[in-house]
Design a protein around this ligand. Structure first.
Ligand SMILES: Nc1ncnc2c1ncn2[C@@H]1O[C@H](COP(=O)(O)OP(=O)(O)OP(=O)(O)O)[C@@H](O)[C@H]1O
Length: 568
């Protein structure tokens, strides 16, 4: 199975034989070769012909050079869950190894910039609890952190490459490039630049530059790419010159392309580990050629699996519904979103919900990151959010913030309809939060029509109550007396037996009708709201179903008002 190696076009992955034999990182010095001619769909695994070289092999520099990782989004849209996942892994990696987490904005594609996106991305990282140590907003020793402000560095690097004969000016028009592309497609080949301008004589180049001819700069791809060890994918080598034309590194507008800019920035910013999405795996050999040509030591690379939509497509900035801020607006908590992006596997020994960031950092293990991408599962978000809301309610400081947020929702939703100002008081709101915790997934549920009785008196027509029983007035006035008599000392258990006794005294009203009547009068609800799927032992003052509202109103000193209404 492991034969001798030669120039193979694509090298990705681990040797299944070794992997099965227990080598976790897969195939040291093995690479995937082309499929056999007679078995085109099979994969042959071949020995790597050359041992990996030291410069492409730098390991985690714990205790040595500081770990510096960067999250480098393009502000061509807002942060989405896939980006959040990659940012989180960078953050965790930095914190685990005592390093620094850098945010760099890759804003060189000026045509696609979205106003406000750069700021919004940084806002969302902060909101998610994974703030960068260095960033456009925070600054740092290796700034500026916006690529558009680092153009001189790219120009220097490009000039160095041109002067060293490793890059050249390309004067090909867009029409010619388009034609090349069309011809390739017509003959069933992969389009690639034919490297024509590589062969221009120096005087031809000088003449064109002198008359101001439009041009780009292309990097000369050299054969003989060296293998490198990816933290996730193991040994890799992509003989890029065999399949691609020389890539543009500086565009006609003077801005660098991703390939040059990220190499130059990672070098000047002292980035030790590049952890980015797998879509860049194929480009890494190209980047290593650039490092080599510039005489720089490359960082260690780790390509992270992508988050995919259910249809298998990559999450994209063009999908508004997966933006972090839209989840935030809908009431999702950052901890719940972190659960969503870590729950789909990879990087942790186990898949647990409800971990705090410190636990994620402690449990992170980069050797557990898998190579396969993960499908985004948003169905679990409400449940994750419920768990984290419950935790926040139990923490006094977080509960105080929730209280304020909920007060905002109440005034926004009910405004002038609020008759009793007490419902806005801290004690009352906190009480509601504690009584209902574990029963709602989003804070705004507490101001939904289902819960309106908590904030405004229900307007239940007397006639509707009488439809339940002709003894409606008698039942309600006796219930009032009962509550007045006991005051705050009435427990739910006590109330339960008292109401049973009350029902017995009635001529034609069963106990169940008494409860229905009170529920309707107090809440405006025909049916009990407590979700049977959730245990209610956390809510000692709320009995399942029928007693819920009575106990709540009573114990919040809000007691008899709603019942009194019935008397008029
Ligand atoms: N779906 C995804 N899952 C995991 N990581 C992702 C995903 N999409 C992007 N990333 C990573 O997030 C980082 C920032 O990406 P970027 O801002 O370019 O987002 P993008 O969605 O890829 O952009 P675009 O939609 O413009 O292609 C990169 O390292 C990228 O690999």
């Amino acid at each position: 199975m492991h034969g001798g190696g030669m120039n193979l076009p694509l090298v990705v992955g681990r040797c299944p034989a070794l992997f099965r034999a227990g080598c976790a990182r897969g195939a040291h010095r093995f690479r995937r070769g082309p499929a056999d001619q007679d078995a085109p769909t099979a994969t042959r695994w071949l020995c790597s012909p050359e041992p990996p070289t030291a410069w492409c092999r730098r390991r985690l520099s714990v205790g040595g050079e500081p770990v510096r990782v960067r999250f480098a989004p393009s502000p061509t849209g807002f942060l989405h869950l896939g980006g959040l996942r990659t940012a989180l892994y960078n953050f965790i990696f930095a914190k685990k190894y005592g390093g620094r987490f850098i945010l760099r904005m890759e804003d060189t594609d000026q045509t696609r910039l979205v106003p406000g996106a750069a700021d919004a991305i940084e806002d969302m990282l902060e909101w998610a609890g994974i703030p960068p140590d260095e960033s456009p907003r925070r600054g740092g020793d290796h700034g500026p952190y916006l690529q558009s402000q680092r153009l001189a560095l790219y120009a220097d690097a490009a000039q160095k490459l041109v002067e060293g004969g490793m890059a050249y000016h390309c004067f090909c028009s867009s029409q010619r490039l388009e034609l090349l592309k069309k011809e390739a497609l017509r003959s069933g080949e992969t389009p690639r630049y034919d490297n024509r301008c590589r062969h221009l004589r120096p005087e031809q180049v000088a003449e064109k530059l002198a008359r101001g001819a439009a041009h780009a700069i292309r990097f000369k791809l050299q054969p003989g790419v060296k293998p490198y060890e990816d933290l996730v994918f193991g040994w890799n080598r992509h003989e890029v010159a065999d399949v691609e034309g020389d890539p543009v590194i500086v565009k006609g507008d003077g801005f660098p392309t991703y390939h040059l800019a990220n190499v130059v920035d990672d070098h000047h910013m002292g980035v030790s580990h590049v952890l980015r999405g797998t879509e860049w795996l194929i480009s890494t050999s190209k980047h290593l050629l650039l490092y080599h040509a510039l005489g720089w030591e490359p960082p260690t690379f780790g390509h992270l699996p992508l988050l995919l939509n259910k249809d298998g497509s990559k999450l994209s900035k063009r999908q508004g519904d997966i933006f972090i801020q839209s989840f935030r607006q809908r009431g999702a908590l950052p901890e719940a979103l972190l659960d969503v992006v870590t729950h789909c596997g990879s990087g942790f020994s186990s898949n647990r919900v409800g971990r705090k960031l410190e636990q994620l950092i402690a449990e992170f293990n980069e050797s557990k990151i898998t190579t396969h991408s993960a499908l985004l599962d948003l169905e679990k978000l409400p449940e994750f959010n419920r768990i984290h809301l419950l935790r926040r309610i139990e923490d006094p400081e977080s509960c105080f913030h929730l209280e304020n947020e909920l007060r905002g929702y109440i005034t926004q939703t009910y405004g002038a309809r609020i008759q009793e100002e007490d419902v806005l008081e801290s004690a009352y709101i906190q009480r509601v939060l504690h009584l209902r915790k574990g029963h709602f997934s989003y804070l705004c549920e507490l101001v939904s029509p289902l819960y309106s009785y908590l904030w405004v008196r229900p307007a239940v027509p007397h006639k509707q109550l009488e439809e339940l029983t002709p003894e409606a007035d008698a039942v309600t006035s006796q219930a009032i007396q009962l509550m007045e008599g006991h005051g705050k000392e009435l427990t739910t258990e006590g109330l339960n037996s008292e109401l049973k006794a009350l029902a017995k005294k009635m001529k034609s009203t069963k106990y169940s009708t008494v409860m229905k009547l009170l529920r309707l009068a107090l809440s405006g609800q025909q049916v009990a709201q407590i979700r049977p799927s959730h245990p209610i032992q956390h809510c000692p003052l709320l009995l399942p179903g029928k007693f819920g509202m009575v106990a709540l109103w009573h114990n919040t000193n809000y007691l008899l008002d709603p019942l009194l209404m019935l008397c008029y």
